[in-house]
Structures are given as structure tokens and as C-alpha cells.
Ligand binder design. Structure first.
Ligand code: ANZ
Ligand code: ZN
Length: 813
């Protein structure tokens, strides 16, 4: 047997598989389909160990599913638009397109070196015009269906990246840009939005998908549903002042109201004497973010407007304040303050000496004194000090107050969601141009289908003006109106790249199709995605956006079904050896290429599956990989050693088969459950037993041949090259990857048993089948519980129980 040389074996097989189209997946209605998807990489330049950690097990599982008889689609592509390309362009003076496509070339080769079963014919790159034509088409479809709209609105703006940022792209207390760390500022711009809020309720329904609890919780919190009431107060000037409250049953406890500083009624409510104070406060708060303003530990600030509103339940005159802890972006931007029962209102009341009135009394507790209370009282109990509703028990309070408000025409039950519409506009160059045209006569006009794509011009210049290069381009934005033919201007904003990645799984189905975003025949066969794998960090943005997208496509009649991906699983993170996040600046980055060069892709794949629980991740451990390398070398020699010498006994073969089929059973189950580390450790242990068997029984053996065959099939998804090479050297039919996954022989896998004779006072009463390694206590207990024994004892207590290991139990009594 030659020595194991992955450097020779691996590229050779990769070329062969490629040439034979081994991983082409085409429609085949004779087989059940399985669409396995792993999150596509951003072409940042290098595939890092995290990509391998995420993708190797996904690939192994796709291979496993294929061997189990599914027609598997496992595609790959690149999320190719976005800021880093543009930043690189500015820094290094390379065109974003050049930078991006050079990186894609490089990363594609790296991905190929992994030996993945990607069907490269289906590669999709979101920056290709043939791709973004359809991103643009979706945009116009959403617009035509009322799901895209334009609105003048304040946005978070990164002065360094010169772009708007989504809520999720702003981080930390200092509100810095996710990409570059620069503190963000507010800017007012005309922006495009998608109406994701239309789907807030439906997005809370996870009943048709198998997704991790953590993701479902993160999405549920992100959507942030609360049930309560809308209550309309009236200002002294007679304007309706609507508030959202989750506790309308505390309406008698309202002692002041608070408006967000941006609230439209602030100017009108502000009295002449309070004006200068109000103006000063506005100037100071407007810069802050919602996140800063909402922080619970923040010292409360605010000012009195000098205006009043009338409480609709009792006609009381309530002072109206402004304070930054009330957000304009939630509810109605105004609150009724109930300091006795809401902690934020309580702190505000104490700070500004405002009255506190208890209106909910917890059962069995002493009456609370508002003058001495030190925190808001949880509003659990019956209503007190509440006019005609006083005495209403907790379980009736909501129902009664809603009826009361409706009768007075002062309010009604309502639901509020925290989720905001999806801001799509980016004032950047390297993205899909938003396909809209502005005409003086016709207004906003979508670019007609036959004029798509709106191509991104290559000849742009970067000037540090803060403006998008598209805006500065001398001719690009000048166009004619698709409706009247008159002169018009193009939208110069490009789309958030999360738009492109919301539907990439559909583009994979037919990346060259030009009559629609996807070929309906491919869609009808492959959709939806059966298993999606990727990082938990996408729980709220990408994974909500893509679900919204699917629902919108369904409602527009473009796609079918409520969900894009049926099963989702998240991998953990590979940290640096120092347990820190891997990063160039820390110098703790592990480069997969170096590992592949040193050990071969199969060893790297197997080690990545072995060294941590996939869903948890772990710090990288350099020394561990040696064990994996040694294991594969042993596989190489043991599996290929020719048989010669003494053949095994029937007993020895039986034992080998038991171990083999037990391992097959657990490996199969582990693949199903995404438990990849125990697959590799199971195979390692089985190899030890096989080696021992072979040392004792080196001669020809059917059980041994079966073990080699089954072992290689189990190994194939994990280490596709070495298993193919050994398989072919043993003269088995090409390719191992098109072989069937072996079936567990349950009889062979069953634990070995013995038959115990059960006696009472020396007389045989029954026989029991027990595991071969049954303990004395278990054997005795089984005998005593036996019905025949009970009958023979006839109520007598056993005096003694004798156990003869492996043979009998005698009950004396
Ligand atoms: C009176 C009240 C009494 C409230 C009480 C709570 C407890 P969630 O659950 O997050 O939906 N609120 C409403 N709009 C607000 C805004 N724009 N900015 C800040 N706070 C706002 O919170 C809803 C509650 O948060 C509402 O119910 C309101 O205070 C406050 F014992 O009204 B509540
Ligand atoms: Zn026009």
C-alpha cells in the first residue's frame, strides 16, 4: 500500500468529479428532492476557518441525504454587493467590481479545495446584472402592490461611510457604525421602505417551520407585539391626543402626560412662558438615538410644555410634559403617565415632584402610601380609586375598561408592534440601483420590465463629498420618463444588500433564466428550501427579511407557501486559540489554506466536525488535528490490508457486526440530528475495534468485508476524497458518493443476550432473556418481579435469592 498522500489524491478526485458532473443536480421526479442551503459568503477576499466550520458539516449532511436516496440540491454563490467593496475602492483605488470579482475567483477556488458537493452550474452572484435585474424587478413588483413606498424620514447616517444605516447596523452606547466604528448622526432624507409591518402578525407564526427556539425568540422580540388600547385624550385647544397603553385599566392613575420631543403637538401645546425651556430641551435631545433614550438606567430628563389635556375617563386636567424617554417611533409618540405603576413614570414623577395615585391594589397587601413608596407597584390586583370601575377584579379589568372607553368613544383595544418598515435606500454606489424614475409631470414612475436591469455604470469617481458616486455621475441619472417620454431623473440610491440576499435561494434554481426571477419548473420541483444552515447572528435581519419576502411573493402571486426555509440550524463560532474572536488585528486567525496544504482537506473537514459540538463552537485547538490526521492514515492502511491467515470464529464475526451496525445506527441518527462531532468520534471508536479484530483474525472474512464496505460509506460524507480513493482501490464501482447509505441490520445490532433459568426453591418456573452483561441486582429484581415466581411464592417473603452469573436465579422462600 502506498502512503496516504492527500495532496495528490484530493485534486485528482476533484477534477474527476467536476469532469463527470458528479454533483450536478437536475430535476428528477423519480426521487424525493432535498434542497440543502448554507448561507452564502460575502466575497471579502478570503475564505476563513469560520466558513469551513459552517459549510463542511452542511456539505457532509447534503452528501448523507444524497446517499439516502434524495435528489439533493446544494448550491453556492456570493452576496457580492455592499460597503466593504466600496471602502476598498476608496482606500486602495481599485474599482469595487474588480475587487469583488477577483475575490470571488479566489474564494471559488478555496471552496473547491474543500471538496464540497456544490453544483457550480447554479452559482449566483448578486452583483451580476442578470441577477440584480430581478432584484430590481421585485422592487417594482413590491411598489406596484403597495409594499414599497417613499417617505421623508430621519435616518441614521454614518459620516465616514457616507450612508444611511439600518437600525440594526448601529451599535453600542456611542451609536457607532457597524462597519467603521464612526459615531452616527441623524439626517433627513427621502427614503424607500418595504412594508414589512404588514406582516408583523404573520411573522410571529412559526408553526409551519422547524427553527431553533433562540431564533424564534429573537424574531418574536424584534417584532415586539403588545396588546393594549388606544386612548384619546383632548388638549385644551381641542386637538385629539392619542396614546398607546398596555394598561388602560390604570387610566384613573394618570397624573401627567408625556410627549416625545418630536411629537407634532408639542409646538401648539407649548405656552409662551415655557417656550424657551422647551426649545432648549428639543435642541439637546434630538441628536440622541432611540436606544440611548430607552436605556432603563438613564437619568430622567424633561420639561413641562405649559399645556394640558383632559382625561376622558374622569374629565381631569392633566399637565403635558415632553421627555426623551418617550419615543416618537413607537405607539403614537405620546403616553399617559401612571407613576404609581410604571417605573419610568415613577422616576420621572419623583424627579419633578409630580403627584402619584395608586389605582391597582394587590390582593391581601397593605394599602400603599404614594408618599413613601420607593418604586412603582406592579399593577397586579383589583382596581381602586377608579370611579365607577373601582372594585373590578384583575381578570375582568381589561374587558370592562375597553367597554367603558368604547361607550365613551374615547378608545378601543389595539395591538402595537415594535418592528419598523424596512429601510431599503442606501446612498452608495456598489448596490443594485433602485429602478425608479422621477418625472416632473408623472411623479414617481417605476422602470418598466423591458428596460430592466437599470445598469450600474462602471465609470464613476469617488469624491469625498459625502454624495453617492451615482449622484455625481455626469449623465447616468438623466433619462426619459417611461410614461410621458419627457425628461426625467433616475433614483440614485441603491438597495440594501439584504434585499439581494432575501431571494438568492430562488436564483440558484435557475441563475441564467431570463424570463423571470426563476424558472417555474425548477421552482415547482425544488422549493422550498428543506434545510438551511448558518449563523445565529442573522436571526433578526436576514432571516426576518427573507421570511417577509416569501410572504410578499406569495401575496403577489409569484411564489407559493408562507415560508422560504422549512428547517433551520445554526452553527456556533470557532474562536481563536486564545478564546478571543478571530481577527487580523489580534493575530489569531487560522487560515484554512495552510491547514489544507499541511494535512489535506479531508483531515480539516473531519477535524472541524470533530473538535466541537457544531451548534456550540469552541476555541480552535491546533494540536487536536494531529489525532484526526492519524485516524485517517490508519483508515488508509487498515481498509486496504489484504486478507491472509487465520479466519475469525463465528462469535468474533458476530461481535464485529454488532459493533458495526450499532455504529451505523448512531451515525445515521447523528447525521439526522446535526450532531457531527459524535459521527467522527463514533467512526474513530469503530476503527479501533476493527483494528483489534483484524489483528486477531487477519484471514478472509465476510463480516470484515462488510465492515470495510459500510465503514467507507459512512466515511464518505465526512472525508469524500480518501473514501473515494480507497473505494476505487478496492475495485468497487465509481463513485462512492452515488452509493446507497447502508441500512442498519437491527438483528446484528441488537445487544447480545443470555437466557436465565428462574427457579423457586430449586424448581424451574420460567426463563428470562436478559442482556449479556446484566448486573446481579437487575437479574434478581427481574426474577422477583416475575409472575410465575410470585405465584409460586404465594404471598411468602423470599428468604434468600441466589444468582449464578449468566445461568440462573434461585429464589428460596
Ligand atoms: C400606561 C401604563 C401603566 C403603561 C402601567 C405601562 C404600565 P410595551 O409593553 O413595550 O408595548 N409607552 C407607550 N408608547 C411609548 C413610547 N412611544 N415611548 C415610551 N414608552 C411608551 O410598552 C407599552 C407601554 O409603554 C405603554 O403602556 C406606555 O406606558 C409606554 F402600569 O401606559 B403604559
Ligand atoms: Zn413623465
Amino acid at each position: 500500500i502506498p502512503t496516504y498522500d492527500p495532496g495528490e489524491i484530493e485534486p485528482r478526485w476533484q477534477q474527476r468529479w467536476d469532469k463527470d458532473g458528479l454533483y450536478n443536480s437536475d430535476i428528477d421526479t423519480s426521487k424525493p428532492k432535498h434542497y440543502a442551503l448554507t448561507m452564502l459568503p460575502y466575497p471579502s477576499g478570503d475564505l476563513h476557518i469560520g466558513h469551513w466550520y459552517a459549510m463542511t458539516p452542511a456539505d457532509a449532511r447534503a452528501r448523507f441525504m444524497r446517499m439516502r436516496g434524495f435528489n439533493v440540491l446544494f448550491p453556492m454563490g456570493f452576496d457580492a454587493f455592499g460597503l466593504p467593496a466600496e471602502n476598498a475602492a476608496i482606500k486602495k483605488n481599485i474599482h469595487p467590481k474588480t475587487w469583488t470579482y477577483a475575490n470571488i475567483e479566489r474564494m471559488r477556488l478555496q471552496l473547491k479545495s474543500m471538496g464540497g458537493m456544490f453544483d457550480w452550474r447554479r452559482e449566483a452572484i448578486s452583483a451580476d446584472p442578470k441577477y440584480y435585474k430581478w432584484s430590481q424587478w421585485f422592487f417594482t413588483q413590491l411598489y406596484k402592490h403597495g409594499l414599497a413606498y417613499r417617505k421623508h424620514s430621519p435616518v441614521d447616517w454614518c459620516p465616514n461611510c457616507n450612508t444611511t444605516l439600518a437600525r440594526e447596523q448601529v451599535w453600542g452606547d456611542d451609536r457607532h457604525c457597524e462597519r467603521c466604528g464612526t459615531p452616527v448622526i441623524k439626517k433627513d432624507l427621502n427614503q424607500w421602505f418595504f412594508k414589512i409591518t404588514n406582516y408583523a402578525e404573520e411573522l410571529l407564526d412559526f408553526s409551519t417551520i422547524d427553527w431553533p427556539e433562540r431564533v424564534k425568540t429573537l424574531q418574536t422580540n424584534w417584532i415586539g407585539k403588545s396588546s393594549g388600547a388606544s386612548v384619546t385624550f383632548r388638549t385644551e385647544q381641542g386637538d385629539p391626543l392619542e396614546v398607546f397603553t398596555t394598561r388602560p385599566d390604570t387610566l384613573w392613575g394618570v397624573t401627567f402626560m408625556v410627549l416625545a420631543p418630536e411629537h407634532p403637538l408639542v409646538a401648539k401645546l407649548t405656552s409662551a412662558t415655557q417656550k424657551s425651556q422647551v426649545d432648549a430641551y428639543l435642541a439637546e435631545t434630538i441628536r440622541q438615538s432611540d436606544i440611548q433614550r430607552e436605556a432603563a438606567d438613564k437619568e430622567k430628563t424633561g420639561v413641562f410644555t405649559g399645556g394640558y389635556a383632559i382625561n376622558p375617563v374622569n374629565g381631569e386636567k392633566i399637565p403635558v410634559w415632553i421627555a426623551d424617554y418617550v419615543l416618537m417611533t413607537y405607539g403614537t409618540g405620546a403616553i399617559m403617565a401612571v407613576p404609581a405603576h410604571d417605573q419610568r413614570d415613577f422616576e420621572f414623577a419623583r424627579k419633578f415632584n409630580l403627584p402619584i395615585r395608586v389605582v391597582i391594589q394587590p390582593a391581601g397587601e397593605a394599602v400603599i402610601d404614594p408618599d413613601t413608596m420607593e418604586a412603582a407597584v406592579p399593577a397586579k390586583g383589583s382596581m381602586v380609586n377608579s370611579g365607577e370601575l373601582t372594585g373590578t377584579p384583575e381578570n375582568k379589568a381589561m374587558e370592562k375598561i375597553i367597554a367603558f372607553l368604547e361607550a365613551k368613544k374615547a378608545g378601543h383595544a389595539t395591538t402595537n408592534y415594535r418592528i419598523r418598515d424596512w429601510l431599503i435606500s442606501r446612498q452608495r454606489y456598489w448596490g443594485a440601483p433602485i429602478p425608479m424614475v422621477f418625472c416632473d409631470k408623472c411623479g414617481v414612475v417605476p422602470v418598466p420590465d423591458d428596460q430592466l436591469p437599470v445598469l450600474l455604470p462602471d465609470d464613476v469617481e469617488w469624491k469625498p463629498t459625502g454624495e453617492s458616486p451615482l449622484k455625481l455621475h455626469p449623465t447616468w441619472k438623466k433619462t426619459t420618463c417611461p410614461q410621458c417620454g419627457g425628461p426625467a431623473e433616475r433614483e440614485t440610491d441603491t438597495m440594501d444588500t439584504f434585499m439581494c440576499s432575501s431571494w438568492y435561494h430562488l436564483r440558484y434554481l435557475s441563475p441564467n433564466y431570463d424570463k423571470g426571477p426563476f424558472d417555474p419548473a425548477e421552482y415547482n420541483y425544488w422549493a422550498p428550501v428543506d434545510v438551511y444552515t448558518g449563523g445565529i447572528e442573522h436571526a433578526t435581519m436576514h432571516l426576518i427579511y427573507t421570511r417577509f419576502f416569501q410572504k410578499a411573493l406569495r401575496d403577489m402571486g409569484i411564489a407559493k407557501g408562507p415560508e422560504p426555509m422549512l428547517t433551520l440550524r445554526n452553527q456556533g463560532i470557532v474562536l481563536g486559540e486564545d478564546s478571543e474572536k478571530m481577527s487580523k488585528s489580534r493575530g489569531n486567525v487560522v487560515a484554512p489554506d495552510d491547514l489544507v496544504k499541511a494535512y489535506g482537506a479531508d483531515s480539516v473537514r473531519a477535524y472541524l466536525m470533530f473538535f466541537a459540538r457544531w451548534d456550540l463552537g469552541a476555541p480552535w485547538n491546533k494540536t487536536g488535528i494531529d489525532g484526526t490526521v492519524r485516524w485517517l492514515r490508519r483508515v488508509w492502511t487498515i481498509m486496504q490490508e489484504p486478507s491472509a491467515g487465520k479466519s475469525p470464529s463465528v462469535e468474533a464475526e458476530k461481535n464485529l457486526r454488532r459493533r458495526l451496525h450499532q455504529t451505523l445506527r448512531s451515525v445515521t441518527r447523528d447525521f439526522e440530528n446535526f450532531e457531527f462531532n459524535t459521527i467522527v468520534s463514533g467512526l474513530m471508536e469503530l476503527l479501533n475495534d476493527m483494528q483489534k479484530f483484524r489483528q486477531e483474525n487477519p484471514g478472509p472474512s465476510k463480516a470484515w468485508d462488510e465492515a470495510v464496505d459500510v465503514y467507507l460509506r459512512m466515511l464518505a460524507p465526512v472525508a469524500p476524497h480518501i473514501s473515494e480513493e480507497i473505494w476505487s482501490r478496492l475495485g468497487k464501482p465509481y463513485s462512492i458518493h452515488t452509493q446507497k447509505w447502508p441500512t442498519v441490520d437491527e438483528q446484528a445490532a441488537a445487544d447480545e443476550t443470555i437466557t436465565l433459568v428462574i427457579q423457586v426453591n430449586g424448581k424451574v418456573r420460567d426463563r428470562l432473556i436478559m442482556p449479556v452483561n446484566v448486573s446481579e441486582a437487575d437479574a434478581k429484581a427481574a426474577a422477583l418481579a416475575n409472575e410465575a415466581v410470585q405465584r409460586a411464592l404465594d404471598g411468602r417473603q423470599p428468604k434468600q435469592v441466589i444468582y449464578v452469573p449468566g445461568r440462573l436465579v434461585n429464589v428460596v422462600g
